[in-house]
Design a protein around this ligand. Structure first.
Ligand SMILES: Nc1ncnc2c1ncn2[C@@H]1O[C@H](COP(=O)(O)OP(=O)(O)O)[C@@H](O)[C@H]1O
Ligand SMILES: [Mg+2]
Length: 332
């Protein structure tokens, strides 16, 4: 049989897939992705990547464009411009979209289960959509329902389930075909703390299985606890980094040194060090710290040489919340 001539875009696509698979590291790559709804730009030139096996937290206030991004990546809505690839497959390309759908799972913001069906039948229905055999469905459904503590409730109709139980079932449904990438859109919002913890623990369990997880959230604490890296979105991407990177980046950390007494000699010697934003409050001196180790010990040495007695040295401030509020506040 004569082989079909390959279009340039086809060749390009194959080339990209090769790079991806040989590196085995980048699972989601987004370049200048933009979505406009008429005159409203919901997502503006977003560029980021997520590595295989990573839990990526996508943080942002309501209306930031998190759901819109996920819906584009899951091929549920079209992009306006830019590119995104999942495991090398291009969103917006018809053939690739079908492949993307097979390797991703989505827990949408509105859970959307069939309330009149039982937990088991909800999962069975999805298993059939993904062409799983009877045996595969039986095995997966039992495994997930047991893992999530819902096996005893398998024959109960979902309409009677609590929010937490429904959310867990929605996660099981998104995993029924064993996808490589899982998108979760605010999976713990509206859950009580205990149910939220079960969901978070389950996400960490999936991470152990090397699943790539893209987690939309506006819960900073959650992002900090379970994400390897975080992106902060407010239509534009404001920053990305590990939770620790982001905290350090705002450089709002203050070193607080508590002395027995802040004497004139101590103050004089500190003034020579040209510390940023040096302040004194009763027996405490405080200054901004960017180059943590070096500066603290230079300062402590200067205090001791000036005859001062140091009681406690502390570094305070700059939590992920500070970073978030600063960035989102500046970019309103
Ligand atoms: N289908 C749509 N039609 C028009 N505007 C939309 C649509 N979907 C989302 N938007 C708008 O796009 C912006 C981003 O929304 P969304 O992605 O839902 O944000 P988030 O999930 O971060 O809260 C909002 O201003 C929202 O009103
Ligand atoms: Mg949303």
């Amino acid at each position: 049989m004569k082989s079909q001539p390959k279009s340039l875009s086809n060749l390009f696509n194959i080339h990209i897939r090769k790079i991806y698979h040989s590196q085995g590291s980048v699972m989601i790559e987004i370049e200048n992705l933009t979505k406009k709804f008429d005159s409203l730009t919901a997502v503006d030139t977003l560029s980021l990547h997520v590595n295989e096996g990573e839990v990526f937290g996508f943080l942002g206030p309501n209306g930031a464009g998190k759901t819109t991004t996920v819906r584009m990546l899951c091929c549920l809505i079209s992009k306006t411009s830019g590119n995104a690839r999942i495991s090398g497959y291009e969103i917006g390309n018809k053939e690739d979209s079908l492949k993307i759908r097979k390797i991703i799972g989505l827990v949408p913001d509105n859970v959307g289960l069939s309330e009149h069906l039982s937990a088991y039948d909800n999962l069975d229905f999805y298993g059939k959509i993904y062409d799983l055999t009877n045996d595969q469905r039986k095995e997966s459904i039992q495994r997930f329902l047991e893992m999530l503590g819902l096996w005893e409730k398998r024959n109960v109709s979902v309409g009677t389930f609590s929010k937490g139980m429904k959310q867990k079932l929605a996660i099981a449904r998104a995993l029924i075909h064993d996808p490589q990438v899982l998108f979760l859109d605010e999976p713990t919002s509206n859950l009580d703390p205990e149910a939220a913890k079960t969901v978070r623990d389950f996400i960490l369990e999936l991470k152990k299985q090397k699943k790539t997880i893209f987690l939309n959230t506006h819960n900073l604490d959650e992002a900090q606890r379970i994400c390897d890296r975080i992106g902060i979105l407010n239509t534009n991407l404001l920053t990305t980094g590990t939770p620790e990177d982001l905290e350090l980046a705002v450089r709002s950390r203050r070193t607080v040194i508590e002395l027995e007494q802040v004497t004139d000699e101590v103050l004089k010697s500190l003034q020579k060090l040209s510390l940023t934003n040096l302040t004194v409050e009763s027996n405490k001196i405080m200054f901004d710290t960017s180059d943590l180790d070096k500066k603290i010990w230079t300062v402590v040495a200067a205090i001791v040489l000036a005859g001062g007695h140091v009681n406690i040295v502390n570094v305070v401030g700059s939590t992920l919340e500070d970073v978030y509020l600063k960035l989102v506040g500046e970019n309103k």
